[in-house]
Design a protein around this ligand. Structure first.
Ligand SMILES: [Zn+2]
Length: 496
């Protein structure tokens, strides 16, 4: 489905030698159409970094028409004759620094923008894109991530979501702040990321809501939803405002959805004890009637597919998505191959919640999951540390990824393990990281060599021998905390 660009080592070396000389001769040149991610070579773009997106949108649920203006503030990282944005809707007009720019399209989702004058390396510039379209009718590689619902629509998917509703440098390595303003007809509400700054009447009976994300956010973590939502508000113990929303079109699952997502404030407070201070200025979650079964850690306001709650409450998924606010959102992957830094930790957080609730320790769950996959199961063929784009969201990234953390816990002991879990999000707050960066950090905190442990759990394509999990071997010598409260009390001292 996706085209992969493979440059053999020898050819890559020749290119590396020749590019600087020819670029110097040629003057300003086009920015690359991709961000250099080996999993998705044409995702994101080269030649600039975005600092802020301002999206002023209008959405009509009856027709699925989305229209608006995106203002993108960026800085050139090379002399640019032209640059790309990732976008799939119809563009009416583009201005760069206030002057009309030439626009053309290429590939499935590339918008090529040629400013009236070239941009110099280091120069800050603004791009204004006016656009409109019907996102549900726009297919990229044969599908659309845009979810229609009985009462509106939702933009939430990974890794492809942005290009159905706003133009961007669509790669998690280029994070930015966001202002998202959405106008909807009377009777409807919009939901997005961050703080609800204001809601104001617009002409013709429409209402405009203004949402702000003041901390860096990856493009795929931006979300918008329009529907007939019932909104609840509260605060966490430490004072963070909570905004949750539930579609009024939910069926029998309405109670289970609310009984799960209304735990958001409590769970966020508990996670602060494990991962450190909550990194953003608001939190919440929303459940549209989209018919989806998946959930997504859209920043500060996770998306929960309503199918998730058809069989009853699912608090585990709320723990998982909230854990991502530290592991995935505040600290984001550098490249998509680093996905274990998101999913291994969010999965492990659910195991810790089970341990805290007295429903099975993380060790017991790790052992059960380990036993459940025979050595010849294809599960063990996927390396969570570099699963490949086709297996980026394979169960192994989640379950074996979490087993890797249980093995680490058994190797370092609880004290150092929880120092690592809490220290990493503070050390890397708002930034990006690679798997290798985490391994180095864990070695620094624990003072232990961990390369063999992580090689076994993240990179080997065979089932590790049982002692590698470590629980039975080390249980006797570990000083077990008496209770979950003790873990939090002891390690609270290490918050920074
Ligand atoms: Zn996840």
């Amino acid at each position: 489905m996706r085209q992969r660009l493979i440059v053999p080592g020898a050819v890559a070396a020749v290119l590396a030698l020749t590019v600087p000389a020819s670029a110097a001769e040629a003057g300003p040149s086009p920015g690359a159409p991709g961000a250099g991610d080996s999993y998705y070579p044409d995702y994101g773009n080269g030649g600039y970094n975005v600092s802020h997106y301002d999206l002023r949108l209008k959405y009509q649920p009856k027709t699925d028409e989305l229209s608006g203006t995106a203002t993108v503030l960026a800085k050139a990282t090379q002399d640019l004759s032209r640059f790309n944005l990732d976008f799939a809707l119809g563009v009416k007009q583009v201005h760069v620094d206030g002057r009309t720019a030439k626009v053309s399209t290429s590939g499935s989702h590339e918008l090529e923008v040629t400013p009236a004058e070239p941009l110099s390396k280091g120069e800050k510039f603004s791009v204004v894109v006016r656009y409109s379209g019907i996102p549900s009718e726009v297919e990229v590689d044969g599908y659309t991530s845009w979810q229609r619902t009985p009462d509106g629509a939702v933009a939430a998917n990974e890794p492809e979501s942005a290009w159905w509703w706003y133009p961007s440098n669509d790669h998690p390595s280029d994070k930015a702040t966001f202002d998202i303003s959405i106008a909807v007809p009377e009777g409807y509400k919009s939901i997005s990321n961050g703080d609800l700054v204001s809601e104001e009447p617009a002409t013709g009976g429409w209402t405009r809501s203004n949402w702000r994300s003041g901390q860096p956010q990856a493009t795929y973590l931006a979300t918008m939803a329009v529907g007939k939502f019932d909104v609840t508000r509260s605060r966490t113990e430490s004072g963070t405002p909570v905004i949750n929303a539930y579609s009024r079109k939910l069926g029998d699952e309405d109670g289970a959805a609310r009984a799960s997502v209304e735990r958001t404030a409590e769970i966020t407070g508990w996670l602060e004890g494990v991962f450190g201070e909550y990194p953003f200025s608001s939190i919440g979650g929303y459940v549209p009637a989209s018919g989806a079964h998946f959930a997504l850690e859209t920043q500060t306001r996770p998306f929960y597919g309503n199918e998730r709650f058809k069989d009853g409450t699912d608090v585990s998924v709320v723990v998982h998505e909230l854990a991502h606010q530290w592991y995935g959102d505040s600290v984001s992957v550098r490249k998509w191959r680093d996905i274990w830094l998101n999913e291994g930790f969010a999965s492990y957080a659910s195991w810790l919640w089970s341990e805290k609730e007295g429903e099975g320790t993380a060790q017991e769950i790790a052992s059960e999951v380990y036993e459940s996959y025979p050595a010849n199961d294809s599960f063990w063929k996927v390396a969570p540390g570099d699963p490949g784009p086709e297996n980026q969201f394979h169960a192994a990234v989640y379950d074996r990824g979490a087993m890797a953390l249980q093995a680490l816990r058994n190797k370092t002991g609880d004290k150092d393990f929880f120092r690592i879990l809490k220290g990493w999000p503070a050390e890397r707050e708002g930034g990006n990281a690679r798997v290798g960066d985490f391994v180095k950090y864990a070695e620094k905190v624990s003072g232990k060599s961990l390369s063999s442990l992580f090689d076994t759990w993240l990179y080997k394509t065979s089932k590790p021998k049982k002692p590698a999990l470590g629980g039975d071997v080390n249980a006797a010598e570990r000083k077990q905390p008496k209770s979950w409260e003790e873990i939090q009390a002891v390690h609270g001292a290490h918050r920074h």
